[in-house]
Design a protein around this ligand. Sequence first.
Ligand SMILES: [Zn+2]
Length: 288
Amino acid sequence: MADRLARTLSADGTVRGLAAVTTDLVEEARVRHGTLPTATAALGRTLTAALLLGGLLKTEERVSLQFSGDGPLGGILADATPEGTVRGFVSRPQTHLPPRSGKLDVGGAVGRGLLCVMRVPRGEGPPYRSVVPLVSGEIGQDVASYLVTSEQTPSVVAIGVFVHADGRVGAAGGYLLQAMPGAEPTTVDRLEDNVGAAPSPSELVRGGADASAILGRLLAGFDTHLLEERDVRFACRCSRARAESAILAMGRVEMLDVIARERRAEVVCEFCAERYVLEEPELRALLA
Ligand SMILES: [Zn+2]
C-alpha cells in the first residue's frame, strides 16, 4: 500500500481528522540511518507525527519536531512540509531496548525531557516556537500534549510502527483527531468512544487499512467529507551544491590541509545520511 496522508472535516466543521500510512518511508529511513528496532520505532513515529502536523500547516510553512530526552536514544529531529515530504534522524541509531509489555520501548529510549515544535516560514519572518515537557516519550501522547497546551485544541494523536523480527518495518501509520471550537460534549464523547474501540494504528495498517479507511474507522458515526488525500514520502533538501558550500565554509587553509592529507573530502547529510564525496580535482576547482 502506498504511503498517503488523508484529511477530513465533519459536515458541521467541529471535528478535524488526519491519518497517514507511512510504512515505506519509515523503512527508507531505517535503511538510510541503519536504525535498530527501538530507534526505528522512535524515528518512524516522529516522522509520522511531523507529517500529521504538516497537514495542519499553511502552504508557506514547514514544521520541525525536536525531541530532547535523557534516554539512551539521545535526540530525535524531523521536519515536514505541507506537500507531504519529511526527513529526520535520531542521535543514536543503534539504540535497542528490551521490549516492555510486549512493545518496543520507545518511551524508555527517549526518556524524560522536552519536545520543541517549530513552525518555520519559508520566506521572511521568525519561526514560531513552542516547547512542552514530554508526557511519556512515546511520541503520540507528547504531540497531543503540545496541541492541547500550545494551540488549546483538544486533540488525540496515536502513532505506531510495527517492526518485523528481522528489523524491517512491517507497518507504520497514525492519526490526529481534533474537536474544534463549538463542538458539542456528545461529539467529544463519541470521538473518545471511537478511539477507545479502535485497534492501534499499526494494527489498522497491518490489517490493510489505507489513510482514508483509518479516518472512516475513527470518525464512524460522523458526517464527514474527505478534504484531501496526497502521497507522502521521505525527501531531503540536501544536494551536491550544498555539500560544496559546506566544504567551502571550512576555509582555504583547512581545505588545502584536507587535500594534502586525504586527497578527497566527504560530507554526510545528517538528515538523510546521503554521502557526497569530492575528489581532489573538484576540491581544487572549488578553491579556484
Ligand atoms: Zn540530506
